[in-house]
Design a protein around this ligand. Structure first.
Ligand code: 3HC
Length: 279
């Protein structure tokens, strides 16, 4: 399989798929991010060996199954390509046009988008029946779920191949129609957004908002911590796409979220968001 994009999700899915036995070709635009990704994966697998979750032979075999490349043309032999680049429709559409040119006719082209219309990517290709969404959650190695997204154009064969792939990755699979937010983000993001609005309105402190949802609902992380994990830029893009689709005020991004993104405080990955992180 091929993966395009070396951000948090691309790296996480590469780890999951290579561990599950797939030969993975991961395409990153820059050699520096490709190198950083390979180093990050080695570190993650090494930690799992130290914890006794993985033996050393499996670690080596997993690394051997992963090839990091910068040339998109290297994906030509893949049966499935999953893109996980920035949540921007024009960027993804351009990529799908390129993937359609590079990949064999029978290959399935999938998107890890959270909210963008899968059909708008499918229609950039000459194979709209072989385009679907395969939506992993963050952090991909730790989260059980994958949403398989069926666009109006997607064939039953494509949905069933996407399901088999995700199941072989050890994930719980749900089917969902191509509507912004699918299941999880349609329900999760009004909650996350409203947490920012509570903070903005000085109703409670950051720490108390997070403590309340952990202690009161048994959530593993508070909403502000979770926004930092997902990435505030990604979260803003998700809310904008949801708002554009439904015009529901719960999806209208909280101004503070937008201001933090403008200040390049995008969460864990940038060293600061609602919280500060040591890098
Ligand atoms: N990479 C790989 N593995 C990771 C990881 C990471 N970044 N973070 C945690 N893990 C693994 C650990 O190795 C551990 O696995 P093990 O039990 O086999 O050793 C397991 O996850 C649990 O981790 P820890 O015990 O270290 O830590 P926690 O118990 O604090 O769990 C968490 C961490 C799994 C991140 C937990 O806090 C959690 O479930 N948080 C909620 C995350 C969430 O809601 N994600 C969805 C976001 S929405 C989304 O992704 C949609 C997108 O479109 C925006």
């Amino acid at each position: 399989m091929g993966i395009v994009g070396s951000g948090i999700m691309g790296a996480g899915v590469a780890e999951v798929a290579a561990k599950a036995g797939f030969e993975v070709v991961l395409r990153s635009r820059a050699q520096s991010s490709a190198d950083a990704l390979a180093a990050g994966l080695e570190k993650s697998l090494h930690r799992q060996v130290e914890k006794g979750k993985l033996d050393d032979a499996e670690r080596r075999a997993t690394l051997e199954r992963l090839r990091v490349v910068t040339d998109l043309g290297e994906l030509e032999a893949c049966d499935l390509v999953l893109e996980s680049v920035v949540e921007d429709l024009a960027t993804k559409q351009h990529l799908f046009t390129e993937l359609d040119r590079v990949c064999a006719d029978g290959a399935i082209l999938a998107t890890n988008t959270s909210t963008l219309p899968v059909v708008d990517l499918a229609m950039q290709t000459g194979r709209p029946d072989r385009v679907c969404g395969i939506h992993f959650f963050n952090p991909a190695p730790a989260m059980a779920l994958v949403e398989v997204v069926r666009a109006i154009t997607t064939s039953d064969e494509t949905v069933s191949a996407a399901r088999s792939f995700a199941e072989r990755c050890g994930k719980v699979v749900v089917d969902v129609r191509d509507q912004a937010g699918f299941i999880v983000n349609a329900l999760l993001f009004p909650y996350l957004n409203n947490a920012v609005k509570l903070l903005e309105g000085n109703v409670a402190t950051r720490d108390d908002i997070d403590a309340a949802m952990k202690g009161g609902c048994n959530f593993p992380m508070g909403p502000l911590e979770l926004l930092d994990l997902v990435g505030l830029d990604t979260s803003l893009a998700i809310l904008e796409a949801l708002y554009a689709e439904f015009h529901d005020p719960n999806y209208a991004p909280a101004p503070l979220l937008r201001r933090l993104v403008s200040a390049e405080r995008c969460g864990r990955k940038s060293g600061a968001g609602f919280y500060e992180y040591r890098r």
